[in-house]
Design a binder for this molecule. Sequence first.
Ligand code: SF4
Ligand code: SF4
Length: 440
Amino acid sequence: MNDLIQIEQGCPASNFSAKDRPTWDLYSTCIHCGLCLNHCPTYRVLGTEMDSPRGRIYQVLQVDAGRLPISDSFVTHIDRCLGCLACETACPSGVQYGHIVERARAQIEDHYKRPLLTRLIRWAVYKKILRDFHLLAQSARLLRLYQRSGLQKLARKSGILNLLGVAEIEKLSPEIDSEFFFGEIGMLIPAVGTKRARVAFHAGCIANVAYSSLNYATVRLLSMNGVEVYITPRQRCCGALHAHAGYREDARALARRNIDTMLDGEQHYDAIITNASGCGSNLKQYPDLLGEDKDYVERARVFSAKVKDVTEFLAGIGLVEPQQSCAMKVSYQDPCHLAHAQRVRSAPRELLKAVGAEIIEMPHPDQCCGSAGSYNVTQNELSMEILNAKMDDVESVISAAEVIVTANVGCLLQLTAGAKQRALEVPVKHIVEVLNECYY
Ligand code: SF4
Ligand code: SF4
């Protein structure tokens, strides 16, 4: 604790700049008890204190106090964090670890020079493609051409992907849709039957080009449940990937844009709905992101109070009697950003039971699958080891469960890859798909 006491805001020796610096309150909540360690996926795999929540907080503090430089080693340990927030739910002291690591990453982005190629890729992805839906659509079309022209098969057969060291990463790339969801943005979908609510739908970014069927299913499920859905125009990526990668200014710009498009005007919404838990948790974090912006902080509070994961919202209003029973045995995997970041655990289970499903719990349903946004690409090897532990869990229930269900596209992709690696014949589905099938 002495280390904590010695550091003060404005310390001249700090290696951090004032903007996006972790506050004293954030550090001082950690009592170094270590109860979070065994809940941390990277600690479980690597077994090193530096790759545990307590170790990471300690390193951030040392760098902030000017006792450690922002070195390759520091960046490696911070980069290895999944941001799964299992440590937050395990912590008896209420440490807001997510706020610490996000600010540390913003400092790394400002003060550390990554290798040239990495900087170029990060610039293209975070500053360009994910900020501009036109560029995202063009990039997706190029990837679709690669996937469908035979180039992908050729590259896989030739072994060039192995030579370049990207074979495992390439296998995780999502299949690009024939039709993108962008065309639906700006549309109003009426409620079927008696109107029970009116919501704005946040369609995500990658989900528009790689999971448009899931977005269609979400809108349809809401509509079938008496909800009028407005897919608000001019909406943008929620900024979660930017915030997690250290680009907090870009995340702020996207947050302001989403607040403007969904709060302004005559429109009134009972809720702002998302089907991606990473997006949902970031949309709910807008007051923290915009805490210093006096023009937006209050509106960010109003905005985030309306944000609901689709499962949270539907469990709140109750499902309309489905047209058919969906009696089946399912095992539900909690996405980290739904269970740990948003503390939504019972809503998905309640909905599954409401349509007739029986839930077979796996031993550690809220243990990270290793997907974590872009983590399975940037930290592929570690991500695969974390997935391996998850698949042991999945394998232990597949003799009883007919379907593995999750509530986040990243988990869906990762678990599907895991099932394929182990040649398991169990389907992996998003909960929205499962529920939607009960309304035909
Ligand atoms: S983060 Fe929480 S659980 Fe972990 S060492 Fe600090 S106080 Fe203990
Ligand atoms: S966010 Fe997840 S990976 Fe990172 S320190 Fe916490 S438990 Fe470990």
